[in-house]
Design a protein around this ligand. Structure first.
Ligand code: DGY
Length: 436
């Protein structure tokens, strides 16, 4: 059975691989290269097609801007099946944007550092992979430098995101209170996602107005970071995003040490790392909730809700053992009942939970992957194993969907796989989970 799943996963990755040397997340729904998707995809590819795994990283990093920024979508081709596309985002407004590739002007969780480390772990020919990493690693370092220089506005080791699409958890209920502070115009535009996927599983029209409005503000100021920090109605320190940066810092330190001759960069990374972990623990932990939470910089307050992002810091080794235990208790109490698959993307006990709607509740394979390794590294072996087995079972039962219903009982009457099917990172990360 596991062999069959791996064969199917490879078929999906092959079908989604494009001539330009990158993999689309999903046919129809997402026809370009997405930053964090690309990273997770490269991990799966590294098991059986090193050449394409490397190309995946190269094509992403080729689109880097001169200031170190790596965009969340690289528009390699013209496709009119996606909104909002290159003509809406207009990355060329930024003076340092790539002259070769059009892209968005926003980021996505910085996974590339730990992806390179993972590729080295998987590769059989370590020398060859290290040589490849040597050609790419400085670009990732420059990306981290961009974050610390431009997005840590209070000098506390925590970087901001200015758009929900930067978080990766696009329509999470975490953002609901921010939307209440905004009153964007009702834009007229043609959604394309809802022609591919049942609208009840996607963000609403009104939510898209908020999303577009923030981009309009950024565009008015040519994507200038300082202006965005001053004016964006959405300005958040996200525990998932910052945990990915911290995990990638650690990976870069390890890789630079293996490569040798990079003392200055290692010492810079160690400084960032120390400050970030300290700032993260001081500001983002909510002892009463027993989990890490988001912080709303624009409105100066913590956003006190628990999502799967709240547990991602385990993957970056951020909490001490005592906090890690509290977090696992919170997770098992709210998300881990026997009637549920781990791990819902939003607190199932909250009235904002919606088990079918994108990031408002469904289980996502990439977050499960992050939790699996995080739990394992703290010695929560049984729960880690459950996250892994639940992920495999969901894919086995439903197919390689984008997201899944966490409620076991609904399977008696309906299917529980939602969003796009033949989804690349579900395929890529399942290959890795089965192998670990
Ligand atoms: C979408 O279009 O929903 C994407 O997730 C944006 O990154």
């Amino acid at each position: 059975m596991k062999e069959e799943l791996i064969i199917k996963a490879k078929e999906i990755l092959e079908a989604n691989f494009q001539e330009g040397g990158f993999t689309i997340p999903c046919q129809g729904l997402y026809p370009f290269q997405w930053k964090w998707d690309s990273g997770f995809i490269a991990i799966g590819l590294a098991y059986y097609n090193i050449k394409n795994a490397k190309r995946e990283i190269e094509t992403l990093l080729n689109a880097q801007w001169e200031n170190g920024f790596i965009p969340h979508i690289v528009f390699h081709n013209d496709s009119d099946t996606y909104f909002p596309g290159a003509d809406f985002h207009k990355s060329e407004l930024h003076p340092l944007a790539s002259k070769e590739y059009r892209s968005t002007g926003m980021a996505q969780p910085p996974v590339t550092g730990f992806v390179l480390q993972k590729m080295l772990n998987i590769a059989e020919d370590k020398e060859d992979m290290l040589q490849f990493i040597d050609t790419q690693i400085d670009k990732v370092f420059e990306n981290h430098k961009y974050f610390y220089q431009h997005r840590d506005i209070h000098n506390e080791g925590l970087v901001y995101i200015y758009h929900n699409w930067e978080s990766g958890t696009d329509n999470s209920p975490i953002w609901d209170d921010i939307w209440k502070t905004m009153d964007p115009p009702k834009y007229s535009f043609e959604r394309r996602d809802t022609t591919h996927v049942d609208p009840s599983q996607r963000p609403s029209k009104r939510e898209y107005d908020y999303y577009l409005h923030i981009i309009e503000i950024a565009k008015e100021h040519n994507y200038d970071d300082a202006k965005i920090a001053e004016l964006s109605p959405f300005l958040v320190q996200d525990p998932l995003f910052n945990a990915m940066l911290i995990k990638s810092n650690a990976a870069l330190i390890d890789l630079y040490e293996k490569l040798g001759n990079n003392k200055e960069k290692v010492s810079q990374l160690k400084k960032w790392q120390e400050k970030s972990i300290k700032g993260f623990n001081a500001k983002l932990y909510d002892a009463e909730l027993g989990a890490y939470v988001h912080y709303d910089l624009r409105n100066n307050k913590p956003i006190r809700f628990i999502s799967s992002s709240s547990f991602a810091p385990l993957y970056a080794g951020i909490p001490d053992m005592e906090r890690a235990k509290q977090m696992v208790n919170t997770m098992m109490e709210k998300f881990g009942g026997e009637d549920k698959y781990l791990c819902a993307s939003f607190d199932p006990t909250s009235d904002r939970f919606n088990p079918k709607k994108y990031w408002r509740g469904p289980v996502w394979i990439n977050l499960n992957w992050i939790l699996f390794y995080g739990l394992k590294s703290y010695g929560f072996t049984k729960i880690a194993e459950r996250v892994k087995q639940d992920s495999i079972e969901l894919v086995e039962k439903e197919g390689f969907y984008e997201y899944f219903d966490s409620r076991k009982e609904i399977r008696k009457t309906e299917a529980g796989g939602y969003g796009g099917n033949n989804f690349s990172w579900s395929a890529a990360l399942l290959i890795d989970l089965i192998n670990n």
